[in-house]
Ligand binder design. Structure first.
Ligand code: ZN
Length: 427
């Protein structure tokens, strides 16, 4: 089932999505007063939903809705049917609480097993899982998928990196699952320990939970001598397991759309955008029991394509997330995403994949300071390199940083646990 559906014809898939959407809307309406009220306000009744295209008449659900309905206002089942609770922390306000029935946990295992299988992992492999365990869905999500696949899991969790390197070496881990910034930190730590990360048996890095540009992926692949496979998900929908790249193409993540229906909308107006245009990803769960989600505004900016992939899977693919609608920096009237800066500076071979952005105000003006690291052992002309990077940033982004600092390798603080922080906005 897992692999056949990803190769189904578009018609077959639409049929399945339509049936599942009708069920989901009906269950949400019957069991969640929040959805009953929202649908009522929008003048929509479950009987209005005939095909998957009718998803567009449904109202959106937002992260504020999750916070307002804290802790369990969005739950569609009785507490006794729950098997697990996870939560996604935010910097402000209540955490977003999500629950899983037994069938939700099975679904999660299935989509994660599918994702890992697309990355070329099978039952003979050992997967070192360096995502954080706990309320965060990363750890247990990858854990369940690897077990469902029949692989061997080494549940290291995040942090304790020297130990991770030793275990990877001594147990012969075939894959490591972690954030992209952690993958680089792992490689650096190995090098410091005198262990060549390329000589380890790790052949795939299953990364996610942070945006990752193409140059960053290349850096990970180069440093670890492995292929980098991107994964996408979010707790509000299930956790990791919403979409994953295939190793054949490494060209966009296959959305497991028999369970999660994707749309892309204009982040400002909420109007659906045609395929190929960049906008905010909106997802509707089609089979979730405990917390069905209608048209969730993910805040993640991406592009969808339904062109068939060279791997033969027929599902819609999403591009790497180029930024979060909330990550947008407006600096002296220019719109910038940190990922755009990352993509530009990493074009330079002499620049290491570590950077930070510091923003503050001087008088009434924004002051933008960009700090990037030089590669280890750089012995070229720093001023010349600074000129070149500045020029490239200006050309590519029509924006000039007030300061560009090129610092020695190892100067910028690394993130060992959790998601990396690159922007310090003190305005
Ligand atoms: Zn593919």
């Amino acid at each position: 089932m897992a692999e056949t559906i990803a190769h189904a014809s578009r018609e077959e898939l639409r049929e399945l999505q339509s049936t599942r959407l009708r069920d989901t809307v009906e269950r949400a309406y019957e069991n969640v007063s929040f959805y009953r009220d929202r649908l009522g306000e929008a003048g929509v009744s479950p009987a209005d939903i005939e095909t998957i295209d009718d998803v567009q008449i449904l109202p959106f659900t937002t992260k504020e809705d999750f916070r307002d309905e804290y802790p369990d206002g969005l739950f569609a089942v009785h507490r006794s049917e729950l098997r697990r609770i996870h939560a996604s922390s935010g910097t402000t306000g209540n955490p977003k609480i999500v629950g899983y029935t037994e069938s939700d946990l099975d679904l999660w295992d299935e989509v994660m097993a599918r994702s890992m299988s697309a990355a070329g992992i099978d039952a003979t492999d050992t997967v070192q899982n360096a995502y954080g365990y706990g309320l965060f869905t990363g750890g247990l999500g990858f854990h369940g998928g690897a077990e469902a696949l029949g692989a061997t899991v080494v549940p290291t969790g995040s942090g304790n990196t020297q130990r991770q390197v030793e275990l990877a070496r001594d147990l012969g881990s075939d894959a490591i699952a972690c954030t992209p910034s952690y993958a680089l930190y792992f490689a650096e730590t190995a090098e410091e320990m005198g262990v060549d990360p390329r000589a380890l048996s790790i052949r795939a890095v299953l990364y996610g939970a942070e945006p990752c540009t193409e140059p960053m992926r290349e850096e990970i692949e180069e440093r670890l001598g492995a292929i980098g496979i991107e994964n996408y998900g979010l707790s509000e929908l299930i956790g990791p397991g919403v979409a994953a790249e295939c190793r054949e193409a490494q060209d966009g993540m296959h959305i497991w759309e028999d369970h999660f229906y994707p749309e892309v909308v204009d982040p400002a107006t909420g109007e659906p955008l045609p395929e190929g245009e960049e906008g905010e990803l909106v997802l509707t769960s089609l089979t979730k029991e405990a917390v069905p989600v209608l048209r969730y505004r993910t805040g993640d900016l991406t592009t969808l394509t339904s062109e068939e992939c060279e791997c033969g899977r027929t599902t819609v693919r999403m591009d790497s997330v180029t930024g979060r609608a909330d990550d947008l920096l407006i600096v002296r009237g220019v719109n910038l995403y940190p990922s755009q800066i990352e993509a530009v500076v990493l074009e330079f071979d002499d620049v290491a994949p570590q950077y930070r952005i510091d923003l503050h105000r001087e008088g009434n003006l924004d002051h933008f300071e960009l700090t990037v690291e030089l590669v280890e052992g750089f012995d070229g002309d720093v001023d010349r390199l600074r000129e070149a990077v500045l020029k490239r940033v200006q050309n590519a982004l029509s924006f000039t940083p007030d300061e560009l600092d090129l610092v020695e390798y190892g100067t910028i603080e690394r993130t060992e646990v959790g998601k990396v922080k690159r922007v310090y906005d003190r305005r």
